[in-house]
Design a protein. Structure first.
Length: 112
C-alpha cells in the first residue's frame, strides 16, 4: 500500500502527496484530539524534520490543504527521505502516538 506519492510535476520539480483520510491511523488521530487532514500531516512532517532529520530543513516547502498533504521542491532525495519517515508514522499507530505525545510535551501546536 503506497500512501505517499512522489510525482515529478515538471522537469526537476517534485511533489510529495498524501491524501487525507487514506491512512490506517485515521481513527487514532481523532482519538488523540486531531483532524486527519493535510494540515495535521504538515505538522507531522515538521516534527519529523525538526526532531529526527534536521538535514532536511529548508530543502522543500509545504502546501497542504484540508484533503491533501503536499511537500514540494527540486530536491527529490529530500522528499524521498521525508516520504519514508512519514510512511512509518502513517501506518504505525504506536509511532504516531509517540510523535504526538512528544509534540504535546514540547508545546508543538498542530494546525489541524
Amino acid at each position: 500500500m503506497t500512501l505517499l506519492r512522489l510525482i515529478e510535476t515538471t522537469s526537476g520539480k517534485y511533489s510529495l502527496l498524501l491524501e487525507a483520510g487514506t491512512t490506517p491511523v485515521e481513527d487514532l488521530i481523532r482519538e488523540l484530539g486531531h483532524e486527519p487532514n493535510g494540515y495535521f500531516w504538515e505538522g507531522v512532517a515538521q516534527l519529523l524534520v525538526s526532531t529526527e532529520a534536521q538535514a532536511l530543513e529548508g530543502r522543500f516547502a509545504y502546501d497542504p490543504e484540508a484533503g491533501m498533504f503536499c511537500a514540494y521542491g527540486t530536491d527529490r532525495s529530500a522528499l524521498e527521505d521525508l516520504a519514508a519517515r512519514m510512511s512509518v508514522v502513517a501506518t504505525d499507530g504506536e509511532r504516531l502516538r509517540r510523535l504526538v505525545s512528544g509534540a504535546n510535551a514540547s508545546g508543538f501546536e498542530f494546525d489541524d
